[in-house]
Design a protein around this ligand. Structure first.
Ligand SMILES: *[C@@H]1O[C@H](CO)[C@@H](O)[C@H](O)[C@H]1NC(C)=O
Length: 305
């Protein structure tokens, strides 16, 4: 044991008996020194914390982002009847081992399921021979890559279908990489409808779509101005850059109908097709919009994400 170590022990050791008095006095002087050391450390720590606090407060006042979230008119809904808690979604059969992160699924005729996967593919899941849904062979409808297509992020290397609708033999796909396209499910032929560069600013995150029953209009969401790899910037910044587009399949005209949505996720036409229902993930909110005036008619603030 070297001298230093012994001294350090003495600092913390309490005098045990009078016999040890010389040692005690030595220890006391050491203790005084350590007191001043300690107060020095505390001052440094205090300065350090003070600096951090000043940096935070300065940052807060210099922050370029405005707080846009202001939740008003909240009505608490009882979790009863239609809102009653249930476990319907946890009792089915899980196919997640075979399919990487499907975010959209639609049901076709003859018990066929279609899903868009994380590797960019759209697949068709057949029923088993004895008719069990989801238990049969898996057929690739698309490869996940659309050669030569404009994309939102080169390095991604394949698409990311997030929204699907099936009309007859045609699948309509909202894809965060390739925009809006349709696939003939028999011929497996893809046609781009709206590519990401169809408007300025570009469509960076096509997320979901719905189509009118006359087949003339597609409404689709562009969740955020940030690309797929940076979608969380929408959360951190508090900036709501989501948009809803209307695409006319006859005239090929594209209109922006809603802007400034807080991560525009799902879109769904109401049964009478007079309203468009839009979910905003970052705002925990579902809003019914009149499709003539685009005024919000009804809002449901959800309790959590
Ligand atoms: C579907 O595509 C995946 C990924 O490219 C491939 O591994 C698989 O073999 C294909 N399935 C069929 C039935 O061709």
């Amino acid at each position: 044991m070297n001298n230093k170590q012994i001294r350090r022990r003495n600092v913390s050791a309490k005098p045990i008996s009078a016999n040890e008095s010389p040692k005690v006095s030595h220890s006391n002087s050491k203790r005084r020194m350590s007191h001043s050391n300690r107060s020095c450390i505390f001052s440094l720590l205090f300065c350090f914390c003070g600096c951090i606090l000043i940096a935070f407060v300065t940052g807060l006042f210099m922050c370029p982002f405005e707080t846009v979230m202001k939740i008003e008119d909240i009505v608490n809904v009882q979790l009863k009847n239609a809102y009653a808690v249930n476990s319907l979604l946890s009792t089915g059969k899980k196919l997640h081992n075979i399919f990487p992160t499907p975010e959209c699924t639609v049901e076709g005729k003859d018990k066929l399921l279609y899903a868009g996967l994380a590797d960019g593919r759209v697949v068709c899941i057949h029923p088993s021979n004895d008719g069990e849904i989801g238990a049969g062979k898996v057929e690739n409808i698309t490869t996940g890559v659309i050669q030569g297509a404009v994309n939102t992020y080169d390095a991604w290397g394949h698409g990311r279908p997030f929204g699907l609708r099936l009309v007859g033999e045609t699948l309509y796909v909202a894809d965060a990489i390739y925009g809006l396209y349709m696939v003939d499910i028999k011929l497996k032929k893809i046609s781009i409808l709206v590519s990401p560069d169809a408007v300025v600013p570009n469509i960076n995150f096509a997320d979901d779509l719905d189509i009118t029953t006359d087949g003339n209009f597609i409404y689709f969401s562009d969740a955020t101005k940030n690309q797929l790899t940076h979608y969380h910037f929408e959360v951190y910044s508090g900036i709501c850059s989501g948009r809803i587009f209307r695409y006319n399949l006859i005239s090929k005209k594209l209109d922006i109908v809603i802007t400034n949505l807080c991560f525009a996720n799902g879109v769904q036409l109401s049964n009478n097709e007079h309203q468009l229902v839009v979910t905003e993930t970052n705002r925990n909110r579902i809003t019914w919009y009149d499709i003539e005036t685009w005024k919000p008619l009804h809002v449901v603030n959800l309790p959590c994400k």
